[in-house]
Design a protein around this ligand. Structure first.
Ligand code: PMP
Length: 435
């Protein structure tokens, strides 16, 4: 076969020379972002390795911003998805009852929710995380008849209008081009300046009828702020927040979109505090292979929707339900659980035993925040990201002034690859901090 004939026969027949990225410059919107920090053209991926079109391999310490907790194309999950496709399983079904959705609901309830004492209903939302946040805020307001919401500095909840109002990033908020009202941000109890007595402040506001602050419909938080730089609210503060919400009839919303699905230890990040949120948003890794899926978990008695109150065309990604069920299999697999536990331990031990002057490290399972605020700041963080990328490892920076390196390796990453990645990042840090 001639080269041209071979190309024509390929379903991925390239019309431009391999490695060309010209069309992205000329055709794709200026809004694109990650591809600017990581200028490569990716072609395939398996496990924790990404492969570029020119054959370059990258170790993935980013995992699709937390959408790939089980790695890329996990063999078991992929097999289930392929079998479903082969059997002409339904792909799109609005919110019809389907066999795939039934299996997900039954198993998610039985295997994840009930053992954790979570008697929540499941609302299927539009396919991205932000829609689950929209639904949560809307439901809390509908349920309480109040409009104000309290969120926290450092939080990220999405960029559609309702969720953006709760997102704290001022540069993203500016892009809205309109007022983002009805959300008050309080300092998160932990942040760059240490502990803040937020719960005292909140209690003071709520208990003082001349406080000037309306009792809110909801408090929304990431128990572990991820885009904010990997900060976990102390368990005691979370318990106090739960108690205040109970006392004043406020809906407590936990946004588990990035910190959930095992990323920060436990299936949900709030488990260790023994607290049950009223509404829980889950997305990203719930879809197993990175397939779009977004759900809202609603505590009993709070499901005050009427039929059709929050519609959406893509609330029924059947392939994601199949992948999500296959991923649930892993939570019963000792080999997976051991690997995840050992991986988290390795990460914590590595960074505890390799301190660097001025660098603060926050470890939450498979989420590590390496804070360079007092050691080179954004300049150093940018350098480490670029240095690692040149050597075949993808890791991103986040937080205030993008001065925190956020390590998000898959829970399935082999221990020797984890160690290798940490050593490389550590070398990058030493290099960046040496000048
Ligand atoms: N909440 C949190 C905690 C997130 O990390 C994100 C995404 N980074 C979102 C909400 C929004 O999700 P999506 O980008 O899928 O809309």
């Amino acid at each position: 076969m001639t080269v041209m004939a071979e190309r024509a026969a390929s379903p991925l027949a390239p019309s431009a020379p391999a490695t060309s990225t010209e069309v992205f410059e000329t055709r794709e919107s200026a809004v694109r972002s990650y591809c600017r920090a990581f200028p490569t053209l990716l072609a395939s991926a398996h496990g924790t390795t990404l492969v570029a079109e020119d054959g370059t391999e990258y170790v993935d310490f980013f995992s699709g911003a937390g959408a790939l907790n089980y790695g890329h194309n996990h063999d078991h999950i992929k097999r289930q998805v392929l079998a479903y496709l082969q059997g002409d399983g339904l792909l799109h079904a609005l919110d019809f009852h389907t066999a795939a959705k039934r299996e997900f609901l039954e198993r998610f309830g039985r295997e994840i929710l009930e053992p954790r004492g979570l008697h929540h209903r499941v609302q299927f939302c539009g396919s991205t995380g932000t829609d689950a946040v929209e639904a949560a805020l809307k439901l809390a307001r509908k349920h309480t008849g109040r409009s104000q919401v309290i969120a926290f500095s450092g939080a990220y909840h999405g960029v559609s209008r309702g969720s953006l109002a709760a997102t704290a990033d001022n540069s993203l908020r500016k892009v809205a081009g309109t007022a983002l009202g009805e959300v008050t941000h309080l300092p998160f109890p932990v942040g760059p300046r240490g502990h803040f007595p937020t719960l005292d402040l909140l209690e003071q506001f709520l208990s003082d009828d001349l406080s000037g602050v309306d009792v809110p419909a909801a408090v929304i938080l990431e128990v572990v702020q991820m885009e904010g730089g990997v900060y976990r609210i102390p368990d005691e503060d979370l318990r106090r927040l739960r108690e205040l919400c109970d006392r004043y009839g406020i809906v407590l919303i936990a946004d588990e979109i990035q910190a959930g699905c095992g990323r920060t230890g436990g299936f949900f990040s709030f488990e260790q505090a023994g607290v049950v949120p009223d509404l829980i948003t889950v997305s990203k890794s719930i879809g197993g292979l990175g397939l779009p899926m977004s759900i809202l978990l609603i505590r009993e008695g709070l499901d005050s929707w009427k039929a059709g109150d929050h519609p959406g065309t893509f609330r029924g990604n059947q392939l994601a339900f199949v992948a999500a069920c296959a991923a649930l299999d892993l939570w019963k697999d000792d080999a997976f659980l051991d690997q995840a536990r050992n991986g988290a331990e390795l990460l914590r031990d590595f960074w505890e035993s390799h301190p660097l002057p001025g660098v603060e490290v926050r470890s939450e399972g498979h989420a590590i925040g390496i804070d360079l605020t007092h050691a080179g700041g954004r300049r150093a963080a940018d350098e480490v990201v670029a240095w690692c990328f040149e050597r075949g490892l993808i890791v991103e920076s986040t937080g205030r002034d993008k001065a925190v390196l956020k390590l998000l390796p898959a829970l399935t990453m082999e221990l020797d690859v984890l160690r290798y990645g940490c050593e490389l990042i550590h070398e990058g840090l030493r290099t960046a901090l040496s000048h």
